[in-house]
Design a protein around this ligand. Structure first.
Ligand code: HEC
Ligand code: HEC
Length: 322
């Protein structure tokens, strides 16, 4: 009996030591990303224009880091909140409670260009904190270096706004898991527009369409389900919404859409009045950031369409509003 108890205590001590070593390892070895580079971005008018385009209408930095009006259809950005943060991500009562932080010069004024580039493309903040991948930094790490520099140059010109969003609260074991997610950036060049499919793939990555349109299991994309839809989000008043299947499957995806129909679907929101939604109508609201992408150039939307035609069609009938 005593021997068994001693054995058990010895075993327990080993487990505790191993768990301690595991936690210490996670803390020491991760995030596994090199220090921020010592660089300073050379700002040109062309760079600022490119950065404004990408940050507002493609990668959605300004809206996601703004405050959105969820009492209107597709939750447009509230003017005057560009980049100040405050929008809530996660779900009340779950281990993920996250607010977009302020990225106007009020908050990032002390950060070096290298520190902002590392946060956006590798997911490590100035203080070494691993960022939660609600911001699609693994996508941004695959964008061209000059596009990222353009974005960073542009966000430095946003009007400064005094505002502090609440600090994130991640339930155990997420604070440890999140440390393993950041990765060094692997920049690649922007493909020529003449290669419509490759260029479309680049823009689809920069706009992080798959982040919402590919269903996930425990934060990992489900194999064989790229762009097949079904990812679920909570809406207000307990309603939920799922993303659409945007693979070329004719029956359950967008296989029957023409390029013109696809582009028109987005362009219908360009400058369109914002539709107010009462609490009772919230079940009809959407997470699709239509007003962001609506101002993408028609040529870029057409390239995204061309790329989406090439992804494997997946038969997956999604009930968008369950
Ligand atoms: C889907 C929403 C979303 C999009 C799109 C997005 N971000 Fe973020 N971003 C966040 C959230 C949420 C955090 C905080 C993550 C955390 O604290 O773990 C964050 C963190 C950051 C940080 C670190 C700030 C800090 O104080 O730690 C920077 C810088 C940043 N984002 C810039 C950008 C830029 C530039 C873009 C566009 C290329 C962008 N973000 C796109 C949601 C987003
Ligand atoms: C923040 C999540 C999110 C992101 C990012 C996102 N979508 Fe969506 N999308 C949705 C949701 C939710 C729906 C279903 C509701 C709706 O139609 O508004 C949807 C619907 C659509 C539809 C309509 C499909 C149909 O059958 O009517 C198309 C097309 C589409 N998305 C394409 C895209 C493309 C292309 C991108 C990237 C440029 C993208 N989405 C990025 C959430 C997202």
């Amino acid at each position: 009996m005593l021997r068994l108890a001693r054995w058990f205590l010895g075993f327990l001590a080993l487990v505790v030591a191993l768990a301690g070593a595991g936690v210490a390892y996670l803390f020491l070895a991760y995030p596994d990303v090199p220090p921020a580079e010592d660089v300073s971005i050379v700002v040109t008018p062309e760079k600022l224009a490119r950065g404004a385009y990408l940050a507002n209408y493609v990668s959605g930095c300004v809206e996601c880091h703004g405050t959105r009006d969820w009492s209107k259809y597709a939750a447009p950005l509230i003017p005057g909140t560009e980049g100040r943060g405050g929008d809530f991500f996660g779900e009340a009562g779950t281990p993920v409670q996250l607010w977009a932080p302020n990225i106007t010069p009020t908050a990032l004024g002390d950060w070096t260009d290298g520190e902002i580039i590392r946060a956006v493309t590798a997911g490590v903040a100035r203080d070494g904190r691993a960022l939660f991948p609600i911001m699609p930094y693994l996508n941004y790490g695959q964008m061209a270096r000059e596009d990222i520099e353009a974005i960073v140059a542009y966000i430095r010109t946003l009007p400064p706004i005094e505002f502090t969003a609440p600090a994130r609260q991640l339930g155990f074991p997420l604070p440890l898991v999140v440390r393993t997610i950041p990765q060094p950036a692997a920049h690649r060049p922007v493909p020529p527009k003449s290669d419509k499919v490759a260029y479309g793939e680049y823009m689809t990555n920069a706009a992080a369409c798959a982040d919402c349109h590919t269903p996930q299991d425990s934060g990992q994309p489900q194999p064989g389900m790229a762009f097949a839809g079904g990812f679920e989000f909570p809406l207000k008043n307990g309603k939920r919404i799922r993303t659409a299947n945007i693979t070329p499957d004719a029956d359950t995806g967008i296989g029957t859409w023409t390029e013109q129909q696809f582009v028109d679907k987005f362009k219908a929101f360009d400058g369109a009045p914002h539709r107010a939604m009462s609490d009772a109508e919230q079940g009809e609201n959407t997470y699709m950031p239509w007003y962001v992408y609506a101002e993408m150039e028609a040529e870029d939307l057409a390239a995204i369409y061309a790329y989406l035609r090439t992804v494997p069609p997946v038969v997956n009938r999604v009930t968008i509003r369950p």
